[in-house]
Structure formats: structure tokens, C-alpha cells
Design a protein around this ligand. Structure first.
Ligand SMILES: Nc1ncnc2c1ncn2[C@@H]1O[C@H](COP(=O)(O)OP(=O)(O)OP(=O)(O)O)[C@@H](O)[C@H]1O
Ligand SMILES: [Mg+2]
Length: 239
């Protein structure tokens, strides 16, 4: 990691009522870094993203963005600060056109010039969307909807992009396409925290990764070292 972290979680505990989902989680994200968050179902990966984006207030611990505590701040404010979550399951507005979905993503900027520039940028990244701007998003394939969901998040000009399972339910060829786009974003210097079941793809993309199990961090290392870690290979990579 170069320079002080842009995002840091310190001993974060989170719960849904009586159900404790995170038991003292600490992690950090450096500028321009791509970090993967891996782990089995129910490990607390989505919960971690929800705590960062302000959708869930931690019971204990801190979330720091550029050294400032943001835990407990409203999600809209955190989004305005530049932390943008691309939620699991795509969640595009199916009755709105592709263009309308994108415009909504850039809404928080309130700046037509930036909006236009961002629109150009995302259409360069996902040329497929360009031909479909006037179509209802519901008519897109699953893979296209995932790309639209990422593009919509990018319209907000994120400082940090949080991605929850971007490859879930997609055909292998489409997974490749999505990860190629993420690799381009990484090359452009975008800081990303990516939750993925597809550990192989995530570790190819990421600089570092954390492995969560039952709300606790069990492994943290560079992606290249984790790819050679016997436990990780056995459980997550199936080699
Ligand atoms: N809305 C909720 N109400 C109650 N418990 C919840 C809720 N959401 C998640 N949990 C519980 O919190 C724990 C962590 O869930 P979380 O969704 O963060 O896991 P995850 O790692 O994202 O799993 P998955 O791979 O299935 O998406 C689990 O035990 C889950 O059952
Ligand atoms: Mg999840």
C-alpha cells in the first residue's frame, strides 16, 4: 500500500438485532488499491460493505475515510463523499431506459458537464450500452445489467468503488468481460473493494485480499501470495 489508507475499518462489530455478523473486523484500502474480500456464504462480506456505505451502523469500532470517522453518517452523505456501492444482484431500474439509469447514477454530482464526461467514459468502457441507451434496462441480459450497474456506479465519479459479487450468476464468458472492465478501471487508478465468490478471478485482479469466516478475518495477504496459499487453494480455488 502506498501512502496512508483512504479507507480503514478498525475493530468493527456489526449486528442484525441479536445476530452478530462482524466480530471486530479491521481492514484498510490504500489509494488506487484493489482489495478483494473473500469468504463463504454468511461470512459477513455484504455486511462489511453495508457498514462502509452507511447502510448499517456498527455496534463498535470505526470506519475512517481519509482519516475521518464516517461510521454512523447517513448513506447519502457517504455517497457524496465518493464511496459508491454497486449492490449485489445488479438492481438496475428495469422500467427505466439504460440512459435514465446512468443519469440517475450521476445525479449526486449535480454538474451537467461532469455528467456528460462521465457518460462518455462509461460508454467507452462498455460500448455495448451505447447501442442500448434507449432500451428499458429490463430487456438487457444478466451480464449487460451487471455492466449497467457498474456503469451507473461509475457515473457518480467514485473515489472508492465497492462491488458486491459482480460475477454472480453470469456465464463464464460474461464474467471475463466484467473482469476486463474492472481491470481497465484498476489501470485508471480507481480504488476498489470487491466481494467475490469467484476467488480465482478476484485474486487475478486484486493487489491484496482478505478472507472472512463467520465475521472474523482469517487471512490477509497479497493476492499473489494468497494464490499460492494451500488452505486457500483447497477451500476456494479447488485446484
Ligand atoms: N438483514 C439481515 N437480518 C438478519 N441477519 C442477517 C441479515 N443480513 C445478513 N444477516 C446475517 O449476517 C451474517 C452475515 O451475512 P452477510 O450477508 O454479510 O454474508 P455474506 O458474506 O455477504 O454472504 P453471501 O456470500 O451469502 O452473500 C449471516 O449470518 C447472515 O445470516
Ligand atoms: Mg453477500
Amino acid at each position: 500500500m502506498d501512502g496512508p489508507p483512504v479507507l480503514e475499518l478498525r475493530n468493527v462489530e456489526a449486528a442484525y438485532g441479536a445476530i452478530r455478523a462482524l466480530h471486530g473486523l479491521s481492514l484498510s484500502l490504500g489509494p488506487g488499491e484493489v482489495v478483494a474480500l473473500l469468504g463463504p456464504n454468511g461470512a459477513g462480506k455484504t455486511t462489511t460493505l453495508r457498514v462502509i456505505s452507511g447502510l448499517l451502523r456498527p455496534v463498535r469500532g470505526q470506519v475512517l475515510y481519509r482519516g475521518r470517522e464516517i461510521s454512523g453518517r447517513p448513506p447519502a452523505l457517504i455517497a457524496r463523499m465518493g464511496i459508491i456501492q454497486c449492490p449485489e444482484g445488479r438492481q438496475v431500474f428495469k422500467n427505466l431506459t439504460v440512459r435514465e439509469n446512468l443519469i440517475l447514477g450521476g445525479y449526486r454530482l449535480g454538474d451537467p458537464d461532469r455528467e456528460r464526461r462521465n457518460l462518455e467514459r462509461v460508454l467507452t468502457l462498455f460500448p455495448m450500452l451505447k447501442e442500448r441507451l434507449r432500451q428499458p434496462a429490463g430487456l438487457l441480459s444478466g451480464g449487460q445489467q451487471q455492466m449497467l450497474a457498474i456503469a451507473r456506479a461509475l457515473m457518480a465519479d467514485p473515489e472508492i468503488l465497492l462491488l458486491d459479487e459482480p460475477s454472480l450468476g453470469l456465464a463464464p464468458r460474461v464474467v471475463e468481460e466484467v473482469f476486463e472492465a474492472l481491470a481497465q478501471l484498476k489501470a485508471q487508478g480507481l480504488t476498489m473493494l470487491i466481494v467475490e465468490q469467484n476467488a480465482e478471478k478476484a485474486l487475478e485482479l486484486a493487489d491484496r485480499a482478505y478472507v472472512l469466516e463467520a465475521g472474523r478475518m482469517v487471512l490477509a495477504d497479497t493476492a499473489s501470495r494468497l494464490r499460492e496459499n494451500p488452505d486457500l487453494i483447497r477451500i476456494y480455488l479447488g485446484r
